[in-house]
Design a protein around this ligand. Structure first.
Ligand code: C2E
Ligand code: MG
Ligand code: MG
Length: 319
């Protein structure tokens, strides 16, 4: 039988020792696997540079948590029918001492590969829970913060999030956990157990980037999913004639019939917002309303929108 992936590197152009040639070939194999199976790839010097950057990032990530280099930004999620903002998505940032702000696209995958995602994810969760508790108390409103949770976090041993909510005497509904569609295809018993645990505790679950993975509609019902977040790629091409518009309408109608609410991601223009309102979409998030904000700026934004009283004091959570 042929191998599913062929890898190649050349002697003496790429390296002269067998050891390094084998490493090069491995890097070519990873590149080929990333492009899907049944393909081949040749080693290039860019691969070596990328691999060196990955190793450096993995090394530095280990200390980032201990050195308090992470912080959270909060992006408002607006209820389209009322304009109310009672939800926000927590998005992690890494304040690197030399490189400045590093975005999650550059380090979450590495944190997953190295299993550091478990500790980072626990930190994100606790920070978000403390923040939502402060906002609920100070603003006297029902507020929810959604946190992204990688598939790896379901499999690895992690602190019990539901217990943490109970310790703070917080209602489970204060938190929405965002997962991706592909997680539902993984029938790992730990995934099922944790999703059912969340449901029993009242924690809501959203499917992030909906439409980009293997959408298995039967699983949506089975796991009692609360929200579908339509991926930005569908929203960016919305106009009344486009195929994406038809897809969005179909997703919204299906979600409603299955008892789920819909959040549109990446809304950047008023016309996108108007189309989503006309389709009966429930919530929207995107630069048109606000970019992700620090906790202080988020409060100022709520104040400016008339969503909270002006006499309320600042309430940034610090762990
Ligand atoms: P996501 O969960 O789908 O989050 C939405 C991303 O889209 C965010 O990027 C947000 O800043 C960006 N965004 C929101 N509105 C707009 C818009 O109108 N236009 C454009 N162009 N972009 C918009 P960000 O913060 O860079 O996060 C990227 C991804 O990293 C997230 O995608 C999520 O998958 C992951 N991520 C972020 N924080 C965490 C975390 O704490 N844990 C884990 N496991 N993953 C995280
Ligand atoms: Mg998300
Ligand atoms: Mg998303």
């Amino acid at each position: 039988m042929f191998p599913q992936v062929l890898r190649a590197t050349f002697f003496p152009e790429d390296a002269s020792s067998a050891d390094i040639l084998m490493k090069n070939a491995d890097q070519a194999m990873y590149a080929a696997k990333n492009n899907g199976r049944n393909c081949w790839s040749c080693f290039t010097s860019n691969m070596r540079a990328a691999s060196e950057i990955r190793s450096k990032t993995a090394y530095e990530l280990r200390d980032a948590l201990r050195n308090q280099q992470f912080y959270l930004m909060y992006q408002p999620i607006l209820e389209l029918a009322t304009g109310n903002i009672h939800k926000a998505e927590a998005l992690i940032r890494w304040q690197h001492p030399e490189q400045g702000t590093i975005y999650p696209a550059e380090f979450i995958a590495i944190a997953e590969e190295t299993n550091l995602i478990t500790d980072i994810g626990d930190w994100v969760f606790k920070q978000a829970v403390n923040q939502v508790a402060l906002w609920q108390t100070n603003f006297d409103i029902e507020f929810q913060i959604s946190v992204n949770k990688s598939p790896k976090q379901f499999i690895n041993k992690m602190s019990n999030w539901v217990n943490h909510l109970r310790e703070l005497e917080l209602n489970g509904r204060s938190i929405i956990v965002e997962i991706t569609e592909n997680l539902l295809l993984d029938m790992h018993e730990l995934v099922i157990e944790k999703l059912l645990n969340f449901r029993d505790a009242g924690v809501q679950v959203a499917i992030d980037d909906f439409g980009t993975g293997y959408s298995s509609l039967s699983y949506l019902k089975k796991f009692d999913i609360d929200y579908l977040k339509i991926d930005r790629s569908f929203i960016s091409n919305l106009d009344s004639e486009s195929n994406d518009s038809i897809l969005c309408e179909a997703i919204i109608s299906m979600a409603h019939r299955l008892g789920m609410k819909v959040i549109a991601e990446g809304v950047e223009t008023d016309s996108q917002k108007q189309l989503l309102v006309a389709m009966g979409c429930d919530y929207a998030q995107g630069y048109f309303f606000s970019k992700p904000l620090t906790a202080d700026k988020f409060e100022a934004f709520l104040l400016q929108q008339g969503q909270i009283n002006p006499y309320i004091q600042s309430s940034t959570a610090i762990l």
